[in-house]
Ligand binder design. Structure first.
Ligand code: AMP
Ligand code: ZN
Length: 111
């Protein structure tokens, strides 16, 4: 675990999340500030800063994250969805623990 990484803390259970999926390597939880009616994040438990920091031995992990997206999207009631991986501060990344956004269902309903 990387100290002071919010997604490592979520993965270890130190910080709560609205979890929708977990296995040995990956977890998924609803984004705290959703940009769509359904907006969740697929996050590896292993700390990797960003897509730039991925290497060949991360190939299976990245593939698993991609293959999980349609399964979880369907479970959330989505027929279609967008996936997004922001990379680097200039790419809009704010949390430097790699994650994939999955978004669908139109605009978020106001609380
Ligand atoms: P990014 O800009 O790609 O790094 O996206 C980071 C995302 O993490 C943003 O959409 C945030 O709303 C989301 N986020 C930050 N903290 C939390 C948290 N504790 N639980 C769920 N989502 C979070
Ligand atoms: Zn981390």
């Amino acid at each position: 675990m990387t100290i002071n990484c919010i997604f490592c803390k979520i993965a270890s259970g130190d910080i709560p999340s609205k979890k929708i999926y977990e296995d040995e390597d990956v977890m998924a939880f609803h984004d705290i500030n959703p940009s769509a009616s359904v907006h969740f994040l697929i996050v590896p438990k292993l700390h990797i800063d960003s897509l730039v920091h991925c290497e060949t031995h991360h190939q299976a992990l990245l593939g698993n994250m991609l293959l999980l997206a349609p399964k979880l999207a369907k479970a959330q009631g989505l027929v279609g969805f967008k996936t997004l991986i922001n990379t680097g501060a200039e790419g809009g990344q704010e949390v430097f623990h790699i994650h994939m956004h999955v978004l669908g269902g139109g605009k978020p309903s106001k609380a």
